[in-house]
Design a protein around this ligand. Structure first.
Ligand SMILES: NC(=O)c1ccc[n+]([C@@H]2O[C@H](COP(=O)([O-])OP(=O)(O)OC[C@H]3O[C@@H](n4cnc5c(N)ncnc54)[C@H](O)[C@@H]3O)[C@@H](O)[C@H]2O)c1
Length: 382
């Protein structure tokens, strides 16, 4: 079988992660990269041996040789690029959040279903081996009924008022910053591990730093230090959000996310309390799943190519004891997506167990509900 020809749109932080991890997928050849910052696209192409460099998403989408596109541009162009990609007959792996709001993401979901597009969304934290293990144990009944859940997603890269990003600009990011950026990942983890939908939200979104110094020359994501001239700009979007959540089975949970927490880098934690036992996962020690019990000793389960549930062992691809990481989680997701893409191309049946536009739309609805709840000061049903 010839390789699946892939084009990556956006060569910034996450675009480079996609480009590099795609090299680990045997079914794939990265044939093109596009970025309006043509120098950036050229540098990525030169480094990774990508033959075609485009200065716009439209040019890449017009290339009939490209079968799958990865959408790694900022949020405000996700709808337009994803829509055009569907209409151009490409399969798609998009970055999150899927669009600027649920009206847009719902339209993408509808259109993709109508055209038979294979869709994926990069909710990569699902793909740590022990996160998969937790979900498998919930499915096999070990946890019992989900009763409650708590957690956080904390970072510090917006700690100083001199830290600035397009993520704080509503014209590029949408109606929310941190609750969309980090909250979408955390809510997806809840959805995935518990197998239950979030159906009701009460939230408070807050801006800890209401004026920031924006560099006059546009900054890149997560830049350690912005240099050059700045201007003071008022910030409307949230850099802190707290959510109360209800699941479809009535379980209750709460979640805090914030990007001004000095010392917290990618500090994700989720604890789920069931009627038989509890699970806790922390991205700070991502290879371990804590299993809590009332009547016998607690346990720490480490990712293992020997000991994981049969349904999840393929995600623990290193010999037991060699820790896997963020790149491996992204690769696990891509591997699943491309197994399905290859089967689709050959007309073989396939299972799309990875998150797609349906999950992206579900996360968008939660973000919209969080924004609405914070403005109105009341619970919002999805
Ligand atoms: N899944 C994850 O863990 C994860 C992590 C980081 C970012 N993201 C998502 O990825 C997206 C990009 O974030 P980033 O941190 O890489 O941002 P970034 O600013 O580092 O990179 C974005 C790139 O897109 C390019 N771009 C802008 N407009 C474009 C267009 N119309 N067509 C093509 N390229 C365009 C920019 O020139 C830039 O190079 C965001 O939606 C973000 O939420 C997801």
């Amino acid at each position: 079988m010839s390789k699946i020809k892939v084009g990556v749109i956006g060569a910034g932080y996450i675009g480079m992660v996609h480009l590099e991890m795609l090299r680990r997928i045997p079914e794939v050849e990265v044939a093109a990269v596009a970025d309006p910052d043509l120098d950036l696209a050229r540098r990525a192409g030169d480094r990774l041996g990508i033959p075609k460099i485009y200065g716009s998403a439209d040019d890449l989408l017009a290339d009939p040789g490209i079968e799958v596109v990865h959408v790694c541009a900022p949020n405000n162009v996700h709808f337009d690029i994803n829509r055009k990609a569907i209409l151009a007959g490409k399969d798609i792996l998009s970055e999150k959040p899927l669009a600027l709001d649920a009206r847009e993401s719902g339209e993408l979901l509808r259109l993709a279903a109508e055209r038979g597009t294979l869709t994926g969304i990069d909710f990569c934290y699902r793909y740590y081996p022990v996160v998969q293990e937790a979900a498998a144990r919930v499915r096999r009944g070990d946890l019992g009924d989900v009763r409650a859940f708590v957690g956080h997603f904390l970072q510090d890269w917006l700690f100083y008022d001199t830290d600035y990003s397009w993520r704080l600009d509503p014209a590029v990011a949408g109606r929310a910053n941190v609750v969309a950026d980090l909250g979408s990942h955390w809510c997806d983890l809840v959805r995935f591990i518990t197998g239950l939908r979030i159906v009701e939200v009460f939230s408070e979104l807050h801006t800890c730093i209401p004026v920031r110094k924006k560099p006059k020359a546009g900054p890149r994501s997560f830049a350690a230090r912005q240099e050059g001239e700045t201007e003071d700009v008022p910030i409307e979007l949230d850099d802190y959000a707290a959510l109360f959540l209800r699941l479809e089975n009535g379980a209750r949970g709460n979640f805090t996310t914030c990007q001004v927490c000095a010392g917290r880098k990618v500090d994700i934690e989720l604890q789920v309390f069931g009627s038989r036992e509890s699970y806790a996962w922390s991205h700070v020690h991502p290879n371990a799943l804590w299993i809590g019990r009332r009547d016998r000793g607690n346990e720490t389960f480490y990712e293992s190519s020997q000991l994981q549930d049969a349904a999840t062992v393929r995600f623990a691809s290193l010999p037991t004891g060699h820790p896997m990481g963020y790149h491996d989680a992204v690769t696990n997701l891509f591997r699943e997506f491309y197994e399905a893409a290859a089967a689709k191309r050959e007309g073989r049946p396939f299972q799309a167990a990875f998150p797609g536009f349906a999950e992206g739309h579900e996360a968008m609805r939660i973000i919209d509900a969080a924004v609405e709840s914070s403005r109105a000061g009341r619970w919002v049903r999805l």
